[in-house]
Design a binder for this molecule. Structure first.
Ligand code: NAD
Length: 422
């Protein structure tokens, strides 16, 4: 499928991902054959996932695993549980994973999986059953040398433990390398849980510095207070940035002097939401992205910065913690307004970098110190940042265009060296 074949009024992360690829192909002067291969996932599996609910009734959910590319190594990508999951979303996220892995130079292709389920309306026992059934359905196409899932929206290290156990039971022996983002006691890496957020904040600090902004005089807003948003807010706050606005699915809060992230975390652990936090005022959730701050970190959903609100963004910098939070139309508007957008495939790549470290440690049956993990992570993120800046400067591109071009170039190089079989 390519962008031209989709109905004009249809916009989705996939149409944006395909349009980004098309302009990169043009910039790099690639052939239409290579373009067609990169536009099409290598393998897709759609499964139905029946679940016996706790009340005895049966519900059936749609599950997906899309493997976009294997040219640089096994496919790698998260597993999402959200009612909004559909095949096109998973296809877009899988393609972005290919670019992300290439950009930070880890030896993986891209994949993504998902189940169209709301984890918040299911018990732990139901989530375990649905995860194990989904794993058994996709078992033929995953494995440490083929495709390695990890946590994404709505899933966590417990989900990874269930996948590892289901996969290992089928194989007859323990296979820790089939997933990353596992609990430490099952071979997870120190530093993995906060790796995406650490990477986001490392890049955010580099972006602030590139605009001559001192962290202790800077302010930020964070959309989403989950695995990525919560620690990104914490790291930014620890660096001296006043995190003024934060939202989650239930509401939003604002404090002009900066929100106390430790106190907010305790409140969220106790109540499940940022709403009702005593140390801030309530805010309309849509105002988080347009808050009066220097830096905005969308860390929840895709498609939240659109042509409808891009003109209202007041920050000088957007660092994409989420995947695909800015539509292509909005990207253009922000760029025209001189707002620096640090793209997802660069900004949130810390998770896959430490997933790679986890996989390496699992294969070596050896654990690195947390300081070693963090140091190597920051070194890789800095290297990717500088390569994107240099390429953008040399070719007159935005950071997203430069990051995509560098990634696509690496994937195409691997593809050409391997050759087309047969
Ligand atoms: P998560 O499920 O842990 O947290 C999601 C957060 O977003 C929650 O706080 C939720 O309340 C909030 N949210 C949901 N809908 C919202 C809405 N309409 N408005 C405001 N907030 C809303 O998910 P996560 O793992 O933190 O993932 C967030 C984003 O980061 C996703 O785009 C994901 O693909 C991306 N990402 C995650 C990782 C990772 O390692 N977890 C790595 C790279 C990218």
């Amino acid at each position: 499928m390519n962008a031209q074949e989709l109905p004009l009024e249809y916009t989705s992360p996939l149409t944006d991902a395909l349009a980004q690829l098309a302009s990169t192909v043009e910039h790099l002067g690639l052939s239409s054959g290579v373009h067609a291969m990169l536009a099409q996932p290598r393998r897709e599996l759609m499964v139905s996932v029946p679940l016996r609910r706790d009340d005895g009734s049966v519900a059936v959910y749609s599950g997906y695993r899309v493997q976009h590319n294997f040219s640089r190594g096994p496919a790698k990508g998260g597993l999402r549980y959200s009612p909004a999951v559909d095949i096109d979303e998973v296809r877009a996220l899988a393609m972005w994973m290919t670019w992300k892995c290439a950009l930070v130079d880890v030896p993986y292709g891209g994949a993504k999986g998902g189940i169209a389920i709301d984890p918040r309306t299911h018990s732990q026992a139901e989530l375990e059953r649905v995860t194990r059934r989904y794993t058994s359905e996709i078992l033929p196409i995953i494995g440490p040398e083929t495709d390695i899932p990890a946590p994404d929206m709505g899933t966590n290290e417990q989900t990874m433990a269930w996948i590892m156990d289901t996969y290992s039971s089928a194989k007859g022996h323990t296979v820790p390398g089939v997933v990353t983002g596992k609990p430490i006691s099952l071979g997870g890496s120190l530093g993995r849980a906060s790796a995406t957020s650490r990477g986001v904040s490392h890049i955010a600090l580099l972006a602030l510095a590139s605009r001559g902004l001192d962290p202790s005089a800077a302010s930020a807003a964070v959309q989403g207070f989950g695995k990525v948003g919560r620690d990104a807010a914490r790291f930014m706050s620890e660096a001296g940035v006043a995190v003024r606005a934060i939202s989650d699915v239930d509401g939003a809060i604002f404090n002009a002097d900066g929100i106390n992230i430790t106190a907010l975390s305790a409140h969220v652990d106790a109540t499940g939401s940022v709403s009702g936090f005593a140390g801030a005022e309530e805010l309309d959730p849509k105002d988080v992205l347009t808050a009066d701050v220097d830096l905005v970190i969308p860390a929840a959903l895709e498609g939240v910065i659109t042509a409808d609100n891009a003109d209202d963004i007041r920050a000088a910098i957007v660092v994409e913690g989420a995947n695909g939070p800015t539509t292509n139309e909005a990207d253009q508007i922000l760029n025209d307004r001189g707002i620096l957008v640090v793209p997802d495939i660069l900004a949130n790549a810390g998770g896959v970098v430490v997933s790679y470290f986890e996989w390496v440690q699992a294969n070596q049956a050896y654990q690195w110190r947390e300081s070693e993990v963090n140091e190597r992570l920051e070194e890789r993120m800095s290297r990717a940042w500088h390569s994107v800046i240099a390429y953008a400067g040399a070719h007159g591109l935005t950071y997203r265009q430069a990051a995509t071009a560098l990634s696509v170039q690496r994937v195409v190089e691997a593809h050409e060296l391997r050759g087309l079989y047969p």
